[in-house]
Design a protein around this ligand. Structure first.
Ligand code: MSP
Length: 531
């Protein structure tokens, strides 16, 4: 029976206490072309962090999605002769199918042609307009069609020309709406000084601070419909659509649980999640996420404490150069997952790049990392442990108090947590592999086969227990990146239940624990399938 409540509270309660909730977002991907390995990396990285935070017992909201407006989409759709909505819907489906295949499990899907998002952007624009944060002005200047922005003198190279990265540059003169960006420059500099943790890794802070120092003008947030129609119409002027970045950045709040665009004060539900951790690539820190976005939030009424943090990752390149359609070196993650399995792709993308740095993608490296870390180290450890346990002890463990691998495991778990808290999943995986390597060395030293032969049963049981226990812990550490493989390890060990970080504490396997049967979890990839 329910007990009557004594204290009555009418205010809406947050779904979870703020301290245990975690809101993570990725960049929303352009839908002008199919997803490539760079998009996949970012989504798996965020998914891995989300899963790790869940492992830590936090309630996680993971938001990702697609950026569907803008000139690139309009042009691509025109070329194909299809309506832009149809065009983006088709590409959006490819992204969603890829995330399903790669096990990227999100809680919110941000698609910018969604009616609720459009209404939210319009409400915010109207409010900023009413509050004098927007103004109309005439501007003549050089405009990059590819980057959809006006260029200034500082964008010219040493030769006085605008570089190839800007694509076609045209001289145009037009009236547009501007957002008062420069007004908030001092505020943002002070904020960066007082909260250097706003950007991870720390070495990006100087780059961001420099960019803020250089802000001189305001931000053009409109495009005349004469030039671009595929966007969100300005609520106060039907001759214009919203600049795609202003539209896209708003996704982080328009799709956040409980956000109200009409109010400067947000609900407890919103605050239960916010501020977010934005996982983004290094190319979109400056100016979009590091300059425009915090200033937009400030103008909307957000407090300093509610300015989100950025986790800025590096890029996957191909033999040192950028992936590009024109070079014909774009790697298709979908085909890669079909060939090697989704979790192998996840593992490679997480293990072979340091968060924040760039790396070179290569299929040979993928095979190498799989064979060395998964087949030879973790897989081999699992296989030999189970085989010996069945051969010598009928698949039953006897709990051992000896030291063996316990100290190693404890230290690995501690280091793992420290690096994973920083989003360094690669370093977390390194720790899991370190424990597997040490356990493999321990097998060589303890020589369970010799102990079995000489009848040293207590020592034999001790060794087998330490090996099985290490594997149980390795599976937990692996689970944010390879949830299915981690489950497979547990099944073979005869362990059931949810993965929880607390269970990395030594001694979880009970005395007399019955192990499962071994089967090859990570069979070696013998030769490059594509030599
Ligand atoms: N639509 C904008 C983001 C708007 S967020 C409000 C955009 N889209 S994108 O499709 O070009 O890029 C999406 C994300 O993928 C970005 O964070 C970008 O850095 C990342 N990557 C694109 N290519 C990449 C690699 N080659 N390697 C790693 N990440 C890369 O920018």
């Amino acid at each position: 029976m329910d007990h009557p409540q004594v204290a009555v509270s009418v205010s809406p309660r947050p779904r979870v206490p703020a301290s245990s909730s975690f809101f993570i977002t990725t960049a929303i991907d352009y839908t002008n072309a199919a997803p490539h390995i760079g998009h996949a990396y970012e989504k798996v990285l965020a998914d891995g962090i989300a899963r790790y935070q869940r492992l830590r017992g936090r309630d996680v909201f993971f938001l990702t999605g697609v950026d569907q407006h803008g000139q690139k989409v309009q042009q691509s759709a025109e070329k194909l002769g299809v309506p832009p909505q149809e065009f983006v819907d088709e590409i959006t489906e490819k992204f969603r199918a890829l995330w399903a295949k790669l096990g990227v499990e999100y809680d919110g899907w941000a698609a910018t042609t969604d009616a609720a998002h459009k209404a939210c952007v319009q409400t915010l624009l109207q409010r900023l307009h009413d509050e004098g944060q927007l103004y109309k002005a005439r501007q003549a200047g050089y405009y990059s069609v590819r980057q959809e922005q006006f260029l200034t003198e500082k964008e010219r190279g040493p030769d006085g020309e605008f570089g190839a990265e800007w694509g076609e540059v045209v001289l145009i003169e037009e009236e547009n709406y501007y957002f008062k960006l420069a007004e908030h420059k001092r505020w943002l500099l002070d904020l960066l000084d007082s909260r250097p943790g706003l950007v991870t890794p720390g070495f990006r802070l100087a780059e961001l601070r420099n960019a803020v120092e250089k802000v001189t003008g305001d931000l053009c947030i409109s495009r005349p419909k004469a030039r671009l129609t595929w966007g969100i119409e300005l609520p106060f002027d039907p001759d214009y659509v919203t600049y795609v970045w202003f539209d896209a950045l708003v996704n982080y709040i328009s799709f956040a649980p409980g956000f109200d665009p009409n109010s400067k004060i947000q609900s407890p539900e919103f605050h239960a999640w916010w501020p977010a951790l934005h996982v983004i690539g290094k190319d979109i820190m400056v100016p979009a996420h590091g300059v425009y976005w915090p200033i937009m939030l400030k103008a909307i009424g957000f407090a300093d404490a509610d300015i989100p943090t950025l986790l800025v990752h590096g890029w996957w390149n191909i033999a040192g150069s950028k992936m590009s359609k024109s070079l014909g070196n774009v790697v298709d993650p979908d085909a890669l997952a079909d060939k090697y399995g989704a979790e192998t792709v996840r593992y490679y993308l997480m293990a072979d790049i340091a968060t924040g740095k760039d790396a070179d993608f290569s299929e040979e490296r993928l095979i190498q990392r799989y064979n060395v870390d998964l087949a030879n180290s973790i897989g081999n450890l699992l296989n030999r442990t189970l085989n010996m346990a069945w051969k010598y002890r009928d698949g039953r463990l006897a709990k051992s108090a000896g030291k063996g691998l316990q100290d190693r495991a404890d230290s690995v778990v501690q280091s793992y947590a420290a690096v994973m808290d920083d989003g360094s999943i690669n370093a977390g995986l390194e720790q899991a592999c370190r424990l597997a390597n040490e356990a493999n060395q321990y097998v060589e030293q303890a020589k369970p086969w010799a102990l079995a032969k000489s009848g040293e049963t207590a020592a034999l049981d001790g060794a087998l227990y330490h090996l099985a226990e290490s594997l149980r812990i390795i599976a937990i550490l692996l689970s944010p990146v390879m949830p299915k493989a981690a489950r497979g390890i547990w099944e073979q060990l005869g362990v059931a239940g949810e993965f929880r970080f607390e269970d990395t504490a030594w001694g979880g396997l009970k005395d007399g624990h019955p192990l499962g049967k071994p089967f090859p979890l990570f069979p070696r990839i013998e030769a490059p399938a594509n030599p």
